[in-house]
Design a protein around this ligand. Structure first.
Ligand code: PEP
Ligand code: MN
Length: 307
């Protein structure tokens, strides 16, 4: 029997594609997330020092990243490790934006910090460990900033979409979903990259979907391959950890690419991104061929996909 996605995800119905809303595009400075461009967000796991952040920001921008990531408030697996620079980190991020022009995405961990983080950041990141913190989601929604919602490490897609719905319910439609790997019985890598989740979310939801191959793999040698798979699965972009000297990073060094590794990943992605552009183009042509106006075609597509 064919799955009825509208019934399965009934609690998150506003996140599903419809004739009225076939695709959300989130605008951040001059960047469109969820549109035709594939958007790479890159930078260190944690903001550490001014030189670390500025050199990374300038490097990833030259290599094609459109958004700078960097954690100032860090939710670590252990409470005894580095917890982030806090406000000082936010100020460094704002300085990096001013210097290199990249928009900033950074995590907010508590409701009280939302106004401060929203003052410095262009996108608020809700981390895996916070995905079901509904009072934080509500506060983030009220900030009016776009929200990058990371899938909890033991969250189903219904759980993820329910959290996205909570942000929409509080009046903020600028939600970006992020697949970052989930916990399974497999322990060879840090998490299991749920690539089917990307494909399904792209099929049923109008919200942009970003892939985080760094936290999914937990090891830098796997990151470029998972990035290519994310493109093939239909992701709208990537969130990737990059550090000038990963072996000396204060957090997540094992999964961070160095500058040369990031350059190579971006270069190797090019043929896959060309195929993506071709696929977008073919889809537009096939909608025109059917001789239907854009909206009708979207309705039929969404009913085929969702019904
Ligand atoms: C991060 O992006 O550095 C991070 C802590 O991610 P996650 O919440 O997915 O573990
Ligand atoms: Mn990290």
């Amino acid at each position: 029997m064919r799955e009825n996605w509208h019934e399965r995800f009934a609690e998150a119905s506003d996140c599903l594609k419809s004739a009225k809303c076939p695709q959300t595009i989130v605008h951040v400075l001059d960047v469109e997330i969820g549109g035709d461009d594939f958007i790479t967000m890159a930078g260190p796991c944690s903001v550490e020092t001014e030189s670390q952040l500025m050199s990374t920001a300038n490097h990833v921008r030259r290599a094609g990243a459109r958004i700078l990531r960097g954690g100032a408030f860090k939710p670590r697996s252990s409470p005894y490790t580095f917890q982030g620079l806090g406000l000082e980190g936010l100020k460094l991020l704002a300085r990096a934006r001013k210097e290199c022009g990249l928009a900033i995405v950074t995590e907010v961990m508590s409701e009280e910090d939302v106004p401060t983080v929203a003052e410095y950041a262009d996108i608020l990141q809700i981390g895996s460990r916070s995905m079901e913190n509904y009072s934080l989601l509500e506060a983030a929604a009220h900030s009016g900033r776009p929200v990058l919602l990371k899938r909890g490490m033991v969250a189903t897609l219904a759980d993820l979409l329910r959290s996205a719905q909570c942000i929409l319910d509080h009046g903020n439609p600028h939600v970006i979903l992020c697949e970052r790997g989930i916990r399974t019985f497999e322990t060879a890598m840090r998490n299991t990259f749920d690539v089917a989740a990307i494909a399904l979310l792209k099929q049923i939801s109008h919200l942009p979907v970003i892939a985080d191959p760094s936290h999914a793999a937990g090891r830098r040698d796997m990151v470029p391959m998972l990035a290519r798979i994310a493109v093939a699965a239909g992701a709208d972009g990537l969130l990737v950890e990059v550090h000038p000297n990963p072996d000396k990073a204060w957090s997540d060094g094992e999964q961070s690419l160095d500058f040369a590794g990031f350059d190579k990943m971006m270069a190797d992605l090019k043929p896959y991104l060309a195929l993506r552009v071709q696929a977008l183009h073919d889809r537009e042509l096939s909608q025109c061929d059917r001789g239907r106006p854009q909206n009708e075609a979207a309705e039929s597509y969404s009913m085929e996909a969702v019904g």
